[in-house]
Design a protein around this ligand. Structure first.
Ligand SMILES: Cc1cc2nc3c(=O)[nH]c(=O)nc-3n(C[C@H](O)[C@H](O)[C@H](O)COP(=O)(O)OP(=O)(O)OC[C@H]3O[C@@H](n4cnc5c(N)ncnc54)[C@H](O)[C@@H]3O)c2cc1C
Length: 291
């Protein structure tokens, strides 16, 4: 066994998936390296082979599928999400969330949507919006292609993505015309990760909330899908100050094991979960009203 890891650059997705399968967990997928490189530099990771997927054309691009979905290649970087006309027109919530990611130009130009989702980091910015949008993911393991809701992927720690399987694309239903949206990110300081994040989608009918999706991140190990709680409180009513206060209270109560880290202490994070939820829904209502 070599003291140093090897680097493999497969030419096709099928070759990359077959290589990973043959390495049986001795390999690690590398895309933009913005998550992985800091771990490598810190000596936290010691795989036998890095499988560099950065050259795989099959994982690039954003396009509409015959089913009418938006298919976003796993190698799509934050910058493309911020500027691509299809995202701006049909998934503005995701484009907006991508603008709020930190790390500056380097991360925005190299960090991919695939790496962001597979890392399953509770503080990252893309998953809350994609969960609110009920996105699906498609991944390849050996010769098998699996399609499943993003929510299922995030709940399943045995998917093997990054060591045995490759995320190929993210599939999202375009947002309906007039749907209000907002992504709120509360940061303890300028360059920090979020202390509490919330993605909201709101449909209004005659000034009343007709439907709502709400996902809160950065406050617990896993994202909190608070859509059912929000719908129970808000649907059929106008969104006023009392509704906002009730929503903030209900969302905070759902955070039973808040994170306590460099982004802030647990009790504060729990309270801020309610604050960002209220702000996100209020901003989404305002947008829906304007539309
Ligand atoms: C200074 C700094 C600040 C940052 N700030 C933010 C922020 O505010 N918000 C935010 O969301 N993110 C932030 N990030 C993280 C980074 O932007 C994202 O996580 C990025 O999108 C990671 O993508 P990548 O391609 O670089 O992943 P990589 O580092 O290449 O990989 C990350 C993980 O995903 C796996 N992987 C990657 N692609 C695939 C694939 N297609 N299939 C299977 N497994 C895969 C790898 O094996 C690895 O485990 C920051 C990073 C840095 C360095």
């Amino acid at each position: 066994m070599s003291l140093y890891p090897s680097l493999a650059r497969p030419r096709t997705l099928a070759d990359a998936a077959a290589l990973l399968a043959s390495l049986s967990s001795g390999g690690v997928v590398i895309a933009g390296g913005q998550e992985l490189m800091p771990s490598i530099n810190a000596g936290v990771l010691a795989p036998e082979v890095y499988v560099d997927i950065g050259g795989l054309a099959e994982l690039r691009g954003i396009a509409e599928t015959p089913e009418g979905l938006l298919a976003i290649g796993a190698l799509t970087v934050h910058r493309e999400l911020q500027t691509h006309p299809l995202v701006t027109a049909k998934l503005p919530l995701l484009g907006h969330a991508a603008t709020r990611a930190g790390g500056g130009r380097q991360v925005h130009n190299r960090g991919t949507i695939g790496g962001n989702l597979v890392a399953q980091h509770p503080l990252y910015d893309l998953a809350p919006s994609l969960l609110a949008l009920e996105a699906e993911v498609e991944w390849v393991k050996g010769s098998e292609t699996v399609r499943q809701p993003l929510a299922a992927m995030l709940a399943d720690s045995r998917h093997g993505l990054g060591s045995e399987a490759i995320l190929a694309r993210v599939l999202v239903v375009p947002m309906a015309e007039g749907l209000g949206f907002a992504y709120e990110k509360l940061k303890a300081s300028g360059g920090a990760y979020g202390s509490a994040n919330a993605a909201a989608l709101v449909k209004l009918t005659n000034g009343r909330v007709a439907a709502v999706r709400l996902v809160v991140g950065a406050v617990a190990e896993r994202l909190l899908d608070a859509s059912a709680a929000a719908a129970a409180l808000l649907v059929g009513r106008p969104f006023d100050a009392a509704a906002g206060a009730a929503l903030a209270h209900a969302v905070s109560a759902l955070v039973t094991a808040p994170l306590s880290d460099a982004q802030g202490p647990g009790p504060w994070r729990q309270a801020m979960a309610g604050v960002v939820a209220r702000r996100a829904v209020a901003a989404a209502v305002q947008r829906a009203g304007r539309a």
